[in-house]
Design a protein around this ligand. Sequence first.
Ligand SMILES: Cc1ncc(COP(=O)(O)O)c(C=O)c1O
Length: 370
Amino acid sequence: MTKFFPVSQPSIGEKELAYVSDAVKSGWVSSIGRYIELFETMFAKFCGTEYALAVSNGTTGLHLALVSAGISRGDEVIIPDLTFIATANAVTYTGATVVPVDIDANTLCLDMSSVERAITARTRAIIPVHLYGHPAQMDRLMAMAKERGIVILEDAAEAHGAEFKGRRVGSFGDFGIFSFYGNKVITSGEGGMLTTSNRELYLQAKLLRDHAMSAEKRYWHTQVGFNYRITNLQAALAVAQMERIDEFLAKRRQIMDWYRNRLGHLPGLRLNYEEPGTRNVYWMICLEVTGMTETDRAAFMGRLREAGVDTRPYFYPVSDMPMYARAVTPVAHDVSVRGINLPCYTDLSESDVDQICRLTQVALAEMAVV
Ligand SMILES: Cc1ncc(COP(=O)(O)O)c(C=O)c1O
């Protein structure tokens, strides 16, 4: 039987089983328990921030960060047009207007001149997305934000441990937001994290995470909050994953090297970029084929699937979705129909990557694309 390679797969070992089992046995199965605080402490240290606040997932994390920063109806929030829909939807939940702008063709993150052109008197926040593990250009963005009093929320859902000029993502903006969905660098099943070094923002987000219940008077609420809490069971899984995150990150670099050695030199193919001075965590292997149409891509992905290799298409531009306003974003539109994600997960061996690359080359040759 031929081996099947999923795009992504969590690495769950003995440690994960032991910690989750410990949490279950403790009886603290909901959102109180020692693993939650432990997870938050470990994550803040990992990112180099004063605080970290665990939440139910990355989407609720984005919403909580926006609301805590005071974003509401009438405000405009700039986001990259190429991202997972959660970035845009979280803005919409607040009543603010989503302003999608174009991306840089190399990093696939916000294009700074497009951001500058999109700023208006109503721009209250910008959400740089560290897409597929590559950090956005945080120095220019932070300088611009400071000058104009704009809030920066880093969507680092796909970039745990990525670095810009030696500093980890999630530590630049007013908030960083992470996801621990099963396909992420580390997982808690479902889960998310806010990072910040601003005490006021941290306290506001913490309050709103739990229905804004008064610390002094139980069941007394002065704001409309949410239940965006994580459970102790999820946090137990995450703590075990945090203890292995360096191993996961090193393995991802190794896997990227294996792919580069086999596909990197082929004409017409482009793999993940790593801007000098940054550290990409290669959440997904990104393959772009020059001149490929969306129909070609569907056929190519179909051939790979038949051969036992699962793939994903790049995200579609947010501005193409019926609920959002159209935007002129040629780079996002170009790569979106050509880009493909290939398998990347801890348990892949060099011979697995070898096989995936051979099957990729065969599928491309059959289609006479490269
Ligand atoms: C860029 C981006 N933002 C936000 C999210 C939302 O995270 P979650 O799925 O945990 O809600 C995701 C991921 O899944 C994502 O990829």
